[in-house]
Ligand binder design. Structure first.
Ligand code: NAG
Ligand code: NAG
Length: 185
């Protein structure tokens, strides 16, 4: 067989592409944009997260497979609920692993203040609920965050069960190439 057999050629081609991909990945630089806080209430007049569907005849909880939640959390600049509101975290999440430990998150960070109004960051992927820091992908954005890609981490930093209140810190890390476009002051 000749050494230029189609199989060998295509293998070379695949290796070539793989090498290119590797060097591109190596060039990616991260830029931590900011840490923001999601203010979460699951009961009372100011509830921001509600279960909207689940398996018939079973309890709808954060750890029962098939439960769907809808959320509209205020996003604040600081940990305190009274600190400046910069946006809303709006979307849905579904308990997506049979053992209840993973939630599939479809969440938009929607800017509402002067600086970020009209801009969004799109978050999508599995969140390992039992981990201290849950990492989920940033898959896109609009406005100041057009073409955004990166990841966020979610960490529960306040858990006040008596008042059904919690605060989740969301650290947003995006690819450096875009950073100059929306570098915060
Ligand atoms: C609900 O929100 C309103 C307006 O921000 C506030 O005045 C009120 O104290 C809140 N109620 C509770 C139970 O948190
Ligand atoms: C998120 O950011 C805060 C503040 O900068 C930092 O203390 C914390 O360790 C970060 N969390 C993760 C998971 O990187």
């Amino acid at each position: 067989m000749s050494s230029n057999s189609p199989t060998k050629l295509s293998l070379c081609f695949i290796l070539f592409i793989f090498t290119c991909m590797q060097s591109e990945t190596a060039q990616l630089q991260e830029a931590k944009i900011m840490a923001v806080y999601l203010q979460d209430r699951t009961r009372g007049p100011n509830t921001t997260v509600v279960p909207i569907a689940g398996i018939h005849g079973k309890a709808w909880t954060y750890f029962s497979f098939g439960t769907v939640y809808c959320a509209d959390d205020p996003i604040t600049e600081g940990l305190e609920e009274s600190s400046a509101q910069i946006g809303r975290a709006q979307g849905i999440f579904v308990i997506s692993s049979l053992d209840g430990s993973i939630a599939q998150v479809l969440l938009s960070l929607v800017g509402t203040n002067e600086e970020y109004s009209g801009s969004t960051i799109e978050i999508q992927g599995p969140s390992r609920q039992l981990e201290k820091a849950r990492e989920v992908a940033v898959v896109g954005g609009t406005g100041k965050f057009r073409y955004a890609r990166g990841y966020v981490t979610f960490e529960t930093v306040v858990l006040d069960l008596a008042n059904s209140y919690s605060v989740v810190r969301c650290n947003i890390t995006l690819e450096q190439d875009l950073y100059d476009v929306y570098r915060p002051e």
